[in-house]
Write a protein that binds this ligand. Structure first.
Ligand code: ADE
Length: 218
C-alpha cells in the first residue's frame, strides 16, 4: 500500500528529494509456519482474529531495535485523537515507527510491552491502519522544512491559529451572479486581514464552537 498517494505531488516530490524517507515493512515477513500466520483467534472467544504479539514484536524490533529514539505509534480508533498539535510534535521529532493493525485488533500485551502510543484519525472504523497512517504521514511531511512552497501556508491555515481557515477567492471576479467580496479587491491590507480574521471566527463559531472552548463537542 505504501507509499501510495504519498508517492505523488508534494509528499512524493519531497520523498524523491530525500526530504523524508519511508521504509514499509510486511508483518507477514515475520509470520509463523508454512502459512506465515500473523493472527489467531481471540482468547475468550468472539468474532474476528487478533494480531499475535510475538509476530508483531519481531516486526517492530526488526524495524526499530530497542533504544531507537523514534516514538512507536499504533493506528487505532481507540487512540489519542490526531490533532495539528500532535502532527507538529511528531514532525519536529526524529521520525516514527507506525504500526498498522488489521483484523479485530492487536494483542494488548504487545501495546504494553513495546510501549505503543495509540493514535486515532477520527471516530469511525477503517478496515486497517494503513490509510490512517498515510493521513498521519501526509500531515507531518508537509510541515517538514522545505516541503511546502509558501512558508505562510503552514501557519495561516485551519487549526494553526486555533481557528478554521477564512474563505478564499480567485478569478473570475463575477461567477454565476456571485462576486468576490469587495474588501478583497480594495488593496487595503489591514482591512483584508480584519475581514479574514472575522470570517475565520464566524466559521469557527458556526461549525466548530468546541475549538473556541464555547461548549459543543470539546
Ligand atoms: N484503524 C481503524 N480505524 C482507525 C481510526 N479511526 N484511526 C486510526 N486507525 C484506525
Amino acid at each position: 500500500m505504501f507509499p501510495g498517494p504519498l508517492g505523488v505531488s508534494l509528499s512524493g516530490d519531497a520523498l524523491a528529494r530525500g526530504a523524508w524517507s519511508l521504509e514499509a515493512r510486511h508483518i507477514r515477513d515475520h509470520g509463523l509456519g508454512r502459512h506465515r500466520a500473523v493472527d489467531d483467534t481471540p482468547a475468550g472467544g468472539g468474532p474476528g482474529m487478533v494480531l499475535r504479539c510475538d509476530v508483531l514484536a519481531a516486526a517492530i524490533d526488526a524495524a526499530a531495535p530497542p533504544g531507537d529514539p523514534r516514538p512507536r505509534l499504533l493506528m487505532s480508533p481507540r487512540g489519542r485523537p490526531l490533532t495539528q498539535a500532535l502532527v507538529r510534535e511528531l514532525a519536529a521529532g526524529p521520525g516514527a515507527v507506525v504500526v498498522c493493525g488489521r483484523f479485530e485488533g492487536v494483542d494488548e500485551r504487545l501495546i504494553e510491552g513495546r510501549g505503543l502510543q495509540e493514535v486515532s484519525i477520527g471516530d469511525y472504523v477503517l478496515s486497517g491502519g494503513e490509510i490512517a497512517a498515510m493521513v498521519l504521514l501526509d500531515a507531518c511531511v508537509r510541515l517538514l522544512p522545505g516541503v511546502m512552497g509558501h512558508d505562510a501556508s503552514g501557519t495561516e491555515e485551519s487549526f494553526e491559529g486555533g481557528l478554521l481557515e477564512y474563505p478564499h477567492y480567485t478569478r473570475p471576479r463575477l461567477w454565476e451572479d456571485r462576486s468576490i467580496p469587495d474588501v478583497l479587491l480594495g488593496g487595503n491590507h489591514a482591512a483584508i486581514a480584519r475581514w479574514r480574521r472575522a470570517e475565520a471566527e464566524r466559521l469557527t463559531r458556526e461549525r466548530r464552537p468546541d475549538l473556541l472552548g464555547e461548549g459543543g463537542k470539546g
